[in-house]
Design a protein around this ligand. Structure first.
Ligand code: RTP
Length: 156
């Protein structure tokens, strides 16, 4: 009941084409599942250049922007919406630092990647961007409104 007074956030998590190609989909999803967050949406998806550019629009002046768009559109991605108290910051911790060589062991990037340009997963950086990105990547009707059966021992 304490948790119900706290802000429930949503984050957009995306397994990038390298994660899909390397067969890491199950491994990555399972880290968020095991943590206990609520999965609201999930799909394998080939994104257009326009969508990738909109998603990363804040980075459009960066020198690596064209390479980033080529990378994200180079194969299917796995789009996910996750919900929970503190989910945005927690997911960023589970993912680890942008540069996988700087990411702590135990994080997704720390365990599974070596290059910034092939860092296997994306996670929203704020609750506002979580909502914006979920709206951008999912159509109406693609998200599920469901209640997790209370897992004993997950919460006090
Ligand atoms: P993301 O949005 O994918 O979760 O990554 P992030 O917040 O950790 O990092 P951000 O600075 O927003 O960069 C977005 C993605 O752009 C690629 N990148 N390449 N070559 C480079 O110097 C460089 N810097 C960033 C990475 O794929 C990064 O995740």
């Amino acid at each position: 009941l304490v948790a119900s007074m706290e802000q429930v956030d949503q984050t957009y998590i995306m397994i990038k084409p390298d994660g899909v190609q390397r067969g890491l989909v199950g491994e990555i999803i399972s880290r968020f599942e095991k943590k206990g967050f609520l999965l609201k949406g999930l799909k394998l998806f080939e994104c257009t250049k326009e969508l990738a550019e909109e998603h990363y629009k804040d980075l459009r002046e960066k020198p690596f922007f064209p390479k980033l768009i080529d990378y994200i559109t180079s194969g299917p991605v796995v789009c996910m919406a996750w919900e929970g108290v503190g989910v945005v910051a927690s997911a960023r911790k589970l993912i680890g630092a942008t540069n996988p060589l700087q990411a702590e062991p135990g994080t997704i990037r720390g365990d599974l990647a070596i290059q910034t340009g092939r860092n296997v997963v994306h996670g929203s950086d704020s609750p506002e961007n979580g909502l914006r990105e979920i709206e951008l990547w999912f159509k109406e009707g693609e998200l599920c409104q469901w209640t997790q059966v209370q897992v004993p021992w997950l919460r006090e």
